[in-house]
Design a protein around this ligand. Sequence first.
Ligand SMILES: [Zn+2]
Length: 203
Amino acid sequence: MYWLLRQIKMLLGFSNQPTIKDIEVINPEVVQPEKQEVMSYPKFKQPTTQQLISKFGKPNETGKGYLTIIQLPYPMRLAWDKSVKVTRMSCHYLVAEAFEKVFKDLLDHYGYEEIVRLGIDLFGGCFNYRRMRNGTSWSTHAFAISVDLDPARNKLKETSKTARFARPEYKLMIDIFYKHGFINLGVEKNYDWMHFQYHKVFR
Ligand SMILES: [Zn+2]
């Protein structure tokens, strides 16, 4: 009798095999990883000066010993003088490849016209030999591992209420930076939305 019932079930397309839905209920952790957001990261923690120095070396005024120049795949405009074209960028040699990938991905995904329309091409600086505002530790710009974009519309103290990069059309840009190992301070701290910082080595 049971055998007959099973045959009928099989003919009708049922079986005793658990379905995907059953597995989810019985063992949710098995299917969970696939459902996770691709851009899920542990909470950002600013590396200490010591950690930065141990990974990238001690910064100096001219960037001697660690700066390299990358060719940008599209021209950028200098944020404080838009008539000046920026075609190359100095950055730390250890993050050069990551930067190159970011800019290439931005071009591939947005296209040049859209990049200009959104102001993603407004270059606010990478290497800058200076201390942080608290005066004790080095800015990550001194190590040349961070870039600022469109600083006029993503000011240091602006939050997601007014900062441009908090708008939905910039989500893709932020995802691209994260994909290649950067964080955005706006996303992490809700200030300084202009600031993208290489962080992969500290995760
Ligand atoms: Zn910055």
